[in-house]
Design a protein around this ligand. Structure first.
Ligand code: NDP
Ligand SMILES: N[C@@H](CC=O)C(=O)O
Length: 418
């Protein structure tokens, strides 16, 4: 890599403008932005007008630009930019988890051919250096689980509702105003952003390439006041948790669900836009990474770290994709879940292996039961607006444990459900 990094920047929004400001104030990085490509030329910008263009080729065809930093909010256009830049042999840094999760395999092949680096630390957990940690430090055979809060907006919303009594709409609006939410916040609240990040984590943790739509996920958009109330009563917090957990020899259970978190779980104290990831490994036991997961400067810090890594020709080696110990995803396990609903017609009780508790009030009911992960993933009822699904604190129940558990199981009849 030549001494000077000459950067073509795509996007001048929350993160793009942050990078511009940080680079101006950090000459030691020896990285200068030569052009900035944006979408709307008429917007007022806090930077000289002659830097801006709406023409991709002003960056992609400029041989003096050796690094493309892609920070736009349109994953389809980002795909075109990133793949063209790699084909042209430019190094690429991106924060676009949707693009990465959906196209990683193809981009890896391109990267191989072009010999350029493609780095994306900002795409998962903002300022928290989770990707490089998984890539460089943890062996996939020793890593038992990776679980945590990987979306800042939903954590902000849930925190503000629980601690300040904001409504869901008020809290979401604040997350948008503070620059945490995606341009389309449905990506955040539906759990899609978190599952995109989980898909990326699976590659770096276990060498598993899994498209996000193959993974079980639910968001926080169907939670109701009664669910928040139940959590408070029990002393829990509700968090949107992404998990990749070994459930058998080289088999990984991976999903994103709202979850009741107990006070002894480190995630309990991860609030607002902060993210936190717990890594469990055979030798080290439990380790915890914590930091801001969204916002202008936390996200910029990860992009800057990638820029500076280019100085020493850093590339992800994807060692675990080539590891002799191959890990695969499984959906053959059970989940202990809380399900809130209005009437029995809203759900299919026969999908549950067992129901161990049932509570009814005038307006809303909820049950706690065991359901096979595949059944939960396929159940249409579980996506209905008036149905909330929340994982219990110890969510995963393996098949082997179920045999013992069934001795204690309270049947549908005993729970009063016919
Ligand atoms: N905000 C955050 O905390 C984090 C964001 N990210 C990711 O970073 C990326 C950027 O997010 P953020 O800065 O928040 O988004 P913003 O919505 O704030 O900014 C998006 C920028 O992209 C530009 N843009 C959109 N489409 C095009 C296009 N076709 N060609 C050129 N420019 C385009 C917009 O141009 P214009 O200004 O003209 O409208 C705007 O400058 C996203 O992928 C996001 O998921 C990742 C981690 C954290
Ligand atoms: N919208 C995302 C931004 C960072 O990835 C989030 O809230 O986490």
């Amino acid at each position: 890599m030549s001494k000077q990094l000459t950067v073509g920047l795509f996007g001048f929004g929350v993160v793009g403008e942050g990078i511009y400001q940080v680079l101006l104030q950090t000459p030691s990085l020896q990285a200068a932005i030569k052009r900035i490509c944006i979408k709307h030329p008429d917007k007022v910008r806090n930077a000289p007008a002659d830097l801006f263009t709406t023409d991709y080729n002003a960056i992609l065809n400029d041989d003096a630009i050796n690094v493309v930093v892609e920070l736009i909010d349109d994953a389809d256009e980002a795909y075109k930019i990133v793949t063209t830049a790699l084909r042209k042999g430019k190094h690429v840094i991106s924060a676009n988890k949707k693009l990465i999760a959906e196209h990683l395999q193809e981009i890896l092949e391109l990267q191989e051919q072009s010999n350029a680096s493609f780095l994306y630390e900002a795409a998962v957990c903002g300022s928290v250096p989770i990707i490089r940690n998984l890539e460089e430090y943890y062996d996939n055979d020793l890593l038992q689980s990776v679980y945590g809060i990987v979306n800042g907006s939903t954590n902000y919303i849930l925190s503000r509702i629980a601690s300040d009594g904001l409504t869901y709409q008020e809290a979401l609006l604040q997350a948008q105003q503070l620059g945490f939410a995606e341009s389309n916040p449905y990506l955040d609240v539906s759990g899609r952003d978190a599952v995109n990040k989980l898909s990326i984590l699976l590659t770096h943790a276990y060498g598993v390439l899994a498209k996000p739509d193959k993974l079980l996920y639910k968001g926080i958009d169907h939670l109701q006041a009664a669910d928040i109330h139940y959590a408070k009563e029990k002393g829990y917090k509700i968090k949107l948790v992404a998990q990749a957990v070994k459930v058998g020899a080289n088999k990984i259970a991976a999903f994103v669900l709202p979850q009741f978190v107990t006070t002894d779980n480190q995630l309990y104290n991860v609030n607002n836009e902060f993210n936190g990831v717990t890594l469990e490994s055979k030798l080290a036991d439990r380790q915890f990474l914590y930091g801001k997961g969204a916002g202008r400067f936390p996200t910029s810090s990860a992009v800057i770290s990638d820029l500076s890594a280019l100085r020493y020709q850093y590339r992800y080696e994807y060692k675990k994709l080539n590891s002799p110990v191959e890990h695969t995803l499984t959906t053959d396990y059970f989940l202990k879940v809380y399900v809130g609903f209005e009437s029995w017609a809203d759900i299919n009780k026969w999908d549950f292996e067992s129901i161990e508790a049932l509570y009814s009030t005038e307006h809303r009911q909820h049950l706690i039961g065991l359901i096979h992960a595949e059944k939960l993933a396929e159940a249409e009822w579980a996506n209905a607006e008036n149905v909330s699904v929340i994982a219990c604190p110890e969510a995963i129940v393996q098949k082997e444990a179920l045999v013992k558990k069934s001795l204690k199981k309270i049947s549908l009849q005993l729970a009063g459900v016919n």
